[in-house]
Ligand binder design. Sequence first.
Ligand code: KG4
Ligand code: ZN
Length: 336
Amino acid sequence: MISSSLNLHQITGGVVPEVAARAQIESIIPVIQEALKIAGFDPSHVNGQLAHSMRSQGSNVPAIDAIAVTAEPGLVTSLLVGTETAKWLGYLWNKPVIKVNHIRGHVYANWLERDPKKDPIQFPIVCLSVSGGHNELILLKNHQEWEIIGESQDDAAGEAFDKVARILGLGYPGGPIIEQQAKLFTQMFMNMESNKIVRFPRAWLNQNDSNKWDGTSFNFSFSGLKSEVIREVDRRKSMSDTDRSEIAYAFQDAVCDVLVTKLVGAVKKFQAKEIHIAGGVSANKFFRMKLDESSKSLGLKIRWPEKMVYCTDNAAMIGAAANFAIRSGTGAASEA
Ligand code: KG4
Ligand code: ZN
């Protein structure tokens, strides 16, 4: 059950924190009521007066173990709407509230769509969680021991997609639009020689001057790429639709090249048994195809959320993360 304020953000070409939080205040209770209905519970459990009198009778609360809520990182105003609502429900229903880190939540999206008996997940895992707000390469040794082995030094990849789409006048959010434009370009110019297509530099963050990744840094930087796109647009002066889709293609190629190279490099270095990708950018089919191609020879299990709705922000992944936090004993420490 998702209520999206995307149409509001499309007007402003990005998220205005106060606008987002106000929309969340209006929709959070109806969304919880709808979710309770879908799960077969009585939606009046969140009806203020009634829920209060139920509490005093100590009966009739939904049969759930805990309430999970995103606590960090993110826009403070939006986080507050969620955490305050969760605390209120925790009080009404006398249930623990489990605070979940948003990035941890994205990682657990890969636990949602499988039969755990037939398809168990095997540690160690290297997961690239990449969205509009974060870009982290994580080594998961088990449910408790996580190590950040690389992260963005400036813009996250999704943020770069959004900014480049804005530079090209393509709309918001940028990821799906850039992906679509890039696909159009490949379909139209299937036989074009690659040296006729603009190529953007990759920020490998190497210790030496090599054009290839030297394996030293697992960090990411995409703000220079965005500046290169601006320079290329300025160079062309008048931009046709073909120019726009060519630049979209070359930009997506550069981002995915860096993401895939470092992800596969990390998988080899840390001898992972599985490769995971998560977050909004993991919805990108070109990224998935490149990852598939580059890691085939390793013969490892690759996971990404099958349903697009589990790539971008959703509550199910937060619930999954809380479930494992409770089971592995780390949940109690993060109870609100
Ligand atoms: O995970 P998410 O919903 O929110 C954050 O935690 O930031 O990710 C949203 C981001 C946006 O920047 C959006 O442009 C990007 O994910 N995104 C994509 C695609 N779909 C969404 N980026 C590349 N290709 C896509 N298909
Ligand atoms: Zn997210």
